[in-house]
Design a protein. Structure first.
Length: 69
């Protein structure tokens, strides 16, 4: 069953990943369990993009855009 996280909870998890406190297997399991607006493969690519900020990663994972603000 997909988990529903708030954007803030997702930011916290991504920051934990950035600090190296999460293993790749844990990240893959997390991505698979989340209800995202994109595919799991796309989500992993976004999570691995070092040029994106934590906020940008979270926004892309949940499909948030400046238009929605």
């Amino acid at each position: 069953m997909p988990k529903q996280l708030t954007r803030d909870e997702l930011l916290w998890l991504i920051e934990e990943l950035d600090r190296g406190e999460a293993e790749r297997q844990e990240v893959e399991e997390l991505v698979a369990s989340l209800e995202l607006t994109i595919s799991d493969a796309e989500a992993l690519q976004i999570l691995e993009d070092d040029e994106l900020t934590t906020e940008e990663v979270a926004d892309q994972l949940v499909g948030y855009s400046e238009r929605n603000a």
